[in-house]
Write a protein that binds this ligand. Sequence first.
Ligand code: GDP
Ligand code: K
Ligand code: MG
Length: 279
Amino acid sequence: RKELRIALAGNPNSGKTTLFNALTGAHHKVGNYPGVTVEKREGTRTRGDRQYHFIDLPGIYSLTAYSIDEVVARDFILDEQPDIILDVLDSTNLERNLYLCLQFQELGIPVIGALNMSDEAESKGIRIDEKHLSTMLGIPLVKTIGPKGTGTEALLDCIDEVSAGKHKSDRAVNYGEEIETKLENLEKLISADAGFVAKYPVRWLSVKLLEKDSNAYQRLKEHPNAGEIEAAAQESVEWIEKHFGKDAEIIVSEQRYGYIRGAIQESVQTVKEVDFSVT
Ligand code: GDP
Ligand code: K
Ligand code: MG
């Protein structure tokens, strides 16, 4: 029996736990993440010759570890390396939710997006062309309504397809020529050590170094050439900030939002509802 480990992740209140319950039914246990009081929910679902092991991660807005929830979610993904990240997205708030989604994509772990709250989106007149959005983001999307369990079978189908290698997440944010040149250099330096590459996603770490993420610098210490790479990263940050006249992490986040807005503009329409009710 093939077992797949799928982490449910996403913003707080996007419907992760509701969807987790719909996917696993009564077959779950609740514990704690090691060393902290953050609740850990794990459950399984069996279908055909497959066993799906789901982990309900705490809600987060970013993979930059500021809060305990972010540390827990981020450490789990980096250290436990689930087979798939199931990103539960609030369809009524896509711009903010996709900001995290783009960061998941940089981790090199296959991502599936659940367009959850699709009932609320519908009633607010938010029309999502999921095929087009999926193409633009480079990840498969499935519409879901957590409390009704709508879309859970389609999600399992999608998980099967992803694990069979059918959807290659090939798209990633392009941060612009200057930053991409710096990233390329960092990626090359980091890739020189096979052991480190096996442990950490190179693209993600390179971006995080430019974002001056202290946890990323901490993890970089495990690299045999940590000193050289850290110096190169700091030099890149200084160059970028001088060139653009802004904080490097702000430029990175602006590029992400630009990318998201472009995708949303092309695939999401908000129509004003006409009230036909007779008064
Ligand atoms: P979490 O913080 O991501 O775990 O979110 P929860 O699963 O706790 O859900 C937050 C709230 O949204 C709860 O009141 C859920 O009942 C509700 N909810 C979750 N999914 C949906 C959905 O697809 N449609 C609607 N209308 N409500 C939902
Ligand atoms: K709600
Ligand atoms: Mg929850």
